[in-house]
Design a protein around this ligand. Structure first.
Ligand SMILES: CC(C)(COP(=O)(O)OP(=O)(O)OC[C@H]1O[C@@H](n2cnc3c(N)ncnc32)[C@H](O)[C@@H]1OP(=O)(O)O)[C@@H](O)C(=O)NCCC(=O)NCCS
Length: 169
């Protein structure tokens, strides 16, 4: 399988924040943003793998800025690393206000697994990062995978060599 670049999976979804999607402070519900990010990330993972993909884990979400009612929100998802059957997808969320100002509001990291018609994990192409940011995200993805597996009880902490190296120096 030929390797692919992150830009080949780049998926952007732009939509506004409606009253039914906000809390009592008129800010976007976290769960609504999680759903938007999941949809964009799922499309990015399918573009990379040319397969059906399922969300295996949500590894990290930072709700750094509240997103007010009426804001225009763009969710940008790209595969940041591909392993054997799983892919890390990095999501950046941008917010535009009525004056045209654009801010980075949030970010998140999801893991997707490519599956066949019966739901069995199937191999995905490798990823070749191009930009400095893509290379940074690629390099850190293995320890995030190990952390996610340890937290899910699917890997023994002692086997998480990349993760341990981060703490042991
Ligand atoms: C995700 C799923 C396909 C994994 O199946 P599995 O039998 O655990 O398969 P494996 O153990 O072979 O793991 C497959 C890959 O997923 C990775 N993976 C599994 N759980 C993971 C987790 N919590 N975090 C990160 N990666 C994970 C494995 O490391 C492996 O990656 P690799 O092949 O690239 O090395 C299966 O658990 C599933 O179908 N889950 C439900 C998905 C779903 O419905 N999502 C929507 C939620 S409503």
């Amino acid at each position: 399988m030929q390797s692919k670049t992150p830009s080949q999976s780049r998926t952007t979804m732009t939509d506004m924040v409606l009253p039914s999607e906000t809390n009592s402070l008129n800010k976007l519900f976290g769960g609504e943003l999680l759903a938007r990010m999941d949809r964009a990330a799922s499309i990015a993972a399918s573009r990379h793998s040319k397969s059906i993909t399922v969300t295996a884990s949500v590894n990290h979400v930072a709700f750094n800025m509240p997103v007010p009612l009426g804001s225009v929100v763009t969710v940008e998802a790209k595969v940041s690393r591909a392993f054997t059957t799983s892919m890390e997808v990095y999501i950046d969320v941008w917010m535009e206000d009525v004056n045209g100002g654009k801010f980075k509001a949030n970010e998140a990291i999801y893991t997707f697994v490519a599956v066949d018609d019966s739901g069995k994990p199937t191999k995905v192409p490798a990823l070749s990062p191009e930009t400095e940011l893509e290379k940074e995200r690629f390099a850190a993805a293995l320890r995030r995978k190990q952390l996610s597996l340890v937290l899910a009880g699917k890997m023994k902490p002692n086997d998480a060599t990349e993760l341990r190296a981060l703490f042991m120096g």
